[in-house]
Design a protein around this ligand. Structure first.
Ligand SMILES: NC(=O)c1ccc[n+]([C@@H]2O[C@H](COP(=O)([O-])OP(=O)(O)OC[C@H]3O[C@@H](n4cnc5c(N)ncnc54)[C@H](OP(=O)(O)O)[C@@H]3O)[C@@H](O)[C@H]2O)c1
Length: 310
């Protein structure tokens, strides 16, 4: 065992004490055993309010507004971005008296030029962005046809390309400082294809994939990348849904879980737990079993049809 404490080329360091190892004749040479390593992101320094400001997109309502307020409660200066400036200004006023504060920086994540300008504006006035929560998102209703191309274009422009634009606008700056934290709000709806949610679900599945892939690039630059996958949260987006939404979470609870997750720093912030485990289990099912189970859960075997799963 003593030989294993010596780092092998290409591996960060010695094994943590107590890691169970099988005998070398099972695994072959020690090289295979020490290939296990802790998540490198977990060893990065935590981001604190004194490192800079927080930036939240989609902050004029729902999850974004609630997260901005929760961050201000925990002492952060929060730059809040969305298209509706009046809502952002009302939000900023509602943070009066909290340990931190909220400032409005209007912007459209679907506008190719806007995010770089918003980030430049925030940093020139309030200092470096240490934490970015890329949350802006939409869930447009499907049109009357089988496949609504316009809805796909609209939802991808905000839920995927909008996230990419926001991330691109802050990532280079964070990389030059060697420190930063970016969290992307995707959804449990991105885990598997859900009935009535082809456009929204595909955009969220793409956002999940984007985060998994970008995590490797970001960690090399000292940037902690996180993925937020909520189940149903009580917002304007879900209030339009007519189908049952199990384990619905209040806005305050969602915001607390998300901000706690920022502080903990793990890759995925996922809630509520019961829906998360159900959806994680669904990911493991082979297709025939998955389609059977989902038809029953969605009531499709009784002729039901749902539209716009979040
Ligand atoms: N509610 C849920 O159950 C749930 C579950 C999983 C994931 N999510 C995700 O959580 C995020 C927030 O959703 P929500 O439920 O809080 O809905 P919401 O209340 O409708 O909030 C959506 C936010 O996104 C902003 N937004 C939309 N398009 C934008 C654009 N082009 N540029 C900038 N901002 C834009 C909206 O502001 P303006 O209209 O003022 O621009 C608003 O602040 C979304 O990404 C959603 O997919 C929600």
């Amino acid at each position: 065992m003593a030989g294993l404490e010596k780092p092998v080329e290409g591996v960060a360091g010695p094994l943590p004490a107590g890691l169970p190892l099988r005998a070398p004749d099972h695994y072959g040479p020690a090289r295979t055993a020490v290939a296990w390593r802790p998540d490198r992101n977990m060893t990065m320094p935590r981001i604190e309010p004194q490192d800079g400001v927080a930036w939240v997109t989609g902050a004029s309502s729902g999850i974004g507004a609630a997260v901005a307020l929760e961050l201000a409660r925990r002492g952060w200066t929060v730059a809040a971005t969305a298209r509706r400036l009046d809502k952002l200004e009302t939000l900023a006023l509602s943070a009066d008296g909290l340990p931190g504060r909220i400032v409005a920086h209007c912007g459209d994540v679907a506008d190719p030029m806007a995010m770089a300008a918003v980030v430049e504006g925030i940093e020139s006035v309030h200092g470096p962005i240490a934490l970015a929560f890329l949350n802006a998102g939409i869930a447009p209703r499907n049109g009357p046809g089988l496949i609504d191309v316009a809805a796909f274009e609209q939802v991808f422009a905000v839920n995927l390309i909008g996230v990419v634009r926001g991330a691109a606008a802050v990532a280079e700056r964070m990389a030059s400082r060697g420190k930063g934290q970016i969290a992307v709000n995707a959804s449990l709806a991105g885990y598997r294809g859900l009935p009535g949610a082809a456009a929204y679900g595909a955009s969220k599945a793409a956002a999940i994939h984007l985060c998994e892939a970008l995590r490797f690039d970001c960690e090399r630059q000292g940037i902690r990348l996180q993925l937020v996958n909520p189940g149903f949260v009580d917002t304007a987006m879900t209030q339009r849904n007519s189908f049952p939404m199990p384990f619905m979470v209040s806005l305050d609870e969602a915001a607390a879980r998300i901000v706690d997750g920022f502080a903990r720093g793990g890759f995925e912030i996922v809630f509520p737990r019961r829906l998360a485990w159900l959806m994680k289990g669904m990911r493991l099912l082979p297709y025939p079993a998955y389609f059977w189970a989902m038809r029953r859960l969605a009531g499709e075997h009784r002729g039901g049809r749902r539209d716009g799963a979040v």
